[in-house]
Structures are given as C-alpha cells and as structure tokens.
Design a binder for this molecule. Structure first.
Ligand SMILES: *Cc1c(COP(=O)(O)O)cnc(C)c1O
Length: 362
C-alpha cells in the first residue's frame, strides 16, 4: 500500500509507531491477559499505567507542582461548560476573547451560566486578510476575573503565539489544537485544557491542567462529572473513563519524550509550517488569508484562486493519498492540519501535489 498522509483536523493523524504498538499489544495488554478495552480502570495495572501517563505529561510540559492534571470526559466542549460551572460563584463576569469560531463557542456556552463579556480581537485588513490584535491592545476591563482565549483557532488556522499576561486576570486557554506542539509556560495560566483528538490521541479523554487554588475554590455544586474537586479526589476516575484513549495518550506522551521533548517537536513543526507557507507565498494560484504573524503551525488554511476547482483539488488529492484536506464548511477552501505526527515527507508530498495541480489548471 502506498503511503497515505492524513491531514484530517480531528480525529487526526497518530504516529505510525504508536499505531503499531497498539496493534501488537491489543489482545494482551501489558500482560493482563485481556485487551485494553476489556480491562478495569481500577485494576492495579491500569492504575499504575495512569500514574505514569500523568508523570510523562508533567515531564513533557514541565507542569509545576502547584497544578493538578485531570483527565476528563466531554471533550473541549465539556470544558466550555465546566469552566463557568466551576468558577461562576467566584467570577460572575468573566471575559472571553473572540478570535474565531471555537473561542466564540466557548463564550456562547458560558452565557448560559454567568454574564461573560465578549472581546473581539479580530481585524479584517485590506484583501480580506485576518489580523489579531497584540495582547496589550485587548480591550479588557480592570476587573479581577478569568479571561478565556483560544491560542489556536483550528477552523480558520489562526494562532496566537504570544502568551497573555494581564493584570488581574486568570488566563484560561483552550489549547485543544496546539497543546504539545510547542513549549508553553504553564505558570502564566490558571487553567489549560485540551481535547485529545488533535495532538494527544483518540477522542474520549480531555486534559485539564488547573492551578491548585482555582481547583480548591471550584463550585462543589457543579455537576459531578464536570466537578474539578471531585475529579481530583477520584484521580479522574469518578466514573468509568475511556481506558483506550488514556492508554493511547500515554503512548503518544512516550513518543514525544523519546523524540527529545517539545523543543524537538517545536522545531519540526516550525519547519513544516514554514515550508507550506513559503510555498503559498510564492504562488497566486492559492492564497492564505491570515496575517503571517498569526498563521497557525497546526492548521494551514488556503483557498484556490479559482474557487470552482476546490472540489476537484480535494478529490484529486485523495487519489494522490493526501486525505482530509477539505476546509471547514464555515470557511470553505482547503485546510491542511499538520499536527505533531505529520512527518515532513507529508508536507513535501502535499507541496509537490499542489505544484502539479497548479501547472495542470492554471
Ligand atoms: C476540536 C476543538 C474543539 C472541540 O473539541 P470537542 O472535543 O469535539 O468538544 C474545541 N476547541 C478547539 C480549539 C478545537 O480545536
């Protein structure tokens, strides 16, 4: 079988070596004589494994001791509700930065539980290019509250690399599509959360990294399954977790560790993104509409100058073993999601296909 490159936005590509390991050990996980999807989350083997998974994540992300790590249900959207539900008794008027689709969704969900304000940081420039205001220009209040933002807008392909530090604000970040792609300074945040199905593993587990004082203050009356304190006390096993997702997340963390950690990953990601954006800059046949300083390293979006060729591009790409390139229906065009597990060969392959397509149809 020819090599296939998977550019899906999520669920997305996993390292081949991780897939092989799953296959190899599937029927007899860790000498338990049962498969990973039949084993009890409370078995000693799995509990030990879960402890190691957290250790590895703490090591990779350099998570300080005054932060808890929770493995939750409900995906990133679950956290859109969990955050206000756990914090609304302390912060009735949180602030939500709007940079794109997902950050707006988070705001709309929070409105059900408290009185958030929405602060848009998007600017549309000439030529329809989207720009994002630098953090110092964000029109935040002077209130002590939490401020929610999304450092990588997966759908539009907009990334905010600057880590916000704002007086009086507890920064809460939806890192779903950028976690583990580059180094971050955890201490600058109150809460970081991310669903699994981009850079962590299969959907079914959601990582929440929360500073201890915020966890301790969280609202005990929030729904049990979203309740940070209960989740902490039960080691994230208040009810039955997705053992499979947890297991694979652990394999992905090991893979990152073995590669040399986030500095190596970050370097690879920069190189991959640069290749694609450089190529996009060199042609008029395709165009990206994000200002260069905010072009996402994980989700590269672009449009064909001839819009009517878009579907043909996607269909032909599939024949060339390049999968999942269709842009989100909200923005149309093409989106190449180039998460950690996408090898650089996938980028070379995509660029040579784009050149071929351009030559054929321009
Ligand atoms: C994928 C994604 C979500 C939604 O995740 P679910 O797990 O499907 O709820 C939210 N925010 C961002 C930034 C995402 O990339």
């Amino acid at each position: 079988m020819a090599i296939v490159y998977n550019f899906n936005p999520g669920p997305s590509i996993l390292p081949k070596i991780v897939l092989s390991e799953i296959k190899k050990n599937f029927f007899n996980w860790n000498d338990s004589q049962s498969s990973i999807i039949e084993i009890s989350h409370r078995s000693q083997k799995f509990m030990e494994y879960a402890v190691q998974v957290e250790k590895d994540l703490r090591f990779i992300l350099n998570i300080p001791n005054n932060y808890y790590v929770l493995f939750c249900h409900g995906g990133a959207r679950g956290q859109f509700s969990a955050i206000p539900l756990n914090l609304k008794h302390k912060f009735t008027q949180p602030e939500y930065i709007h940079s794109g689709y997902w950050s707006l969704c988070a705001y709309q969900e929070a409105k059900k539980y408290c009185s958030p304000t929405c602060i848009s940081v998007r600017k549309i420039l000439r030529n329809k290019v989207i720009s994002i205001q630098p953090v110092k220009e964000w029109k935040v209040s002077s209130r002590h509250t939490y401020l929610h933002y999304c450092p990588n807008e997966t759908i539009e392909g907009i990334e905010i690399f600057e880590e916000p530090v704002l007086n009086n604000k507890i920064i809460v970040g939806d890192f779903s599509s950028t976690i583990l792609s580059r180094k971050i300074n955890i201490e600058k945040y109150g809460i970081i959360y991310a669903c699994a199905q981009k850079n962590i593993g299969p959907a079914g587990i959601t990582v929440v990294i929360i500073r201890d004082d915020l966890l301790m203050q969280s609202n005990i009356k929030s729904p049990s399954i979203l309740n940070y304190k209960l989740l902490m006390k039960s080691n994230s096993m208040l009810n039955t977790p997705s053992v499979f997702s947890w297991y694979v997340a652990g394999l992905v963390f090991k893979w990152i560790k073995n590669l040399g950690g986030l500095s190596v990953i970050e370097k690879n990601n920069k190189k991959k993104a640069k290749l694609l954006y450089q190529y996009l800059n060199s042609t008029n046949f395709y165009k990206n509409y994000i200002i260069p300083s905010h072009q996402s390293h994980m989700n590269v979006t672009f449009h064909l100058k001839e819009k009517k060729l878009t579907n043909l591009f996607i269909d032909t790409a599939e024949k060339y073993k390049l999968l999942g390139l269709k842009g989100h229906s909200l923005v149309g065009g093409i989106r190449a999601s180039i998460y950690n597990a996408m090898p650089i060969e996938g980028i070379y392959h995509l660029i040579s296909f784009m050149k071929y397509f351009e030559e054929k149809f321009s």
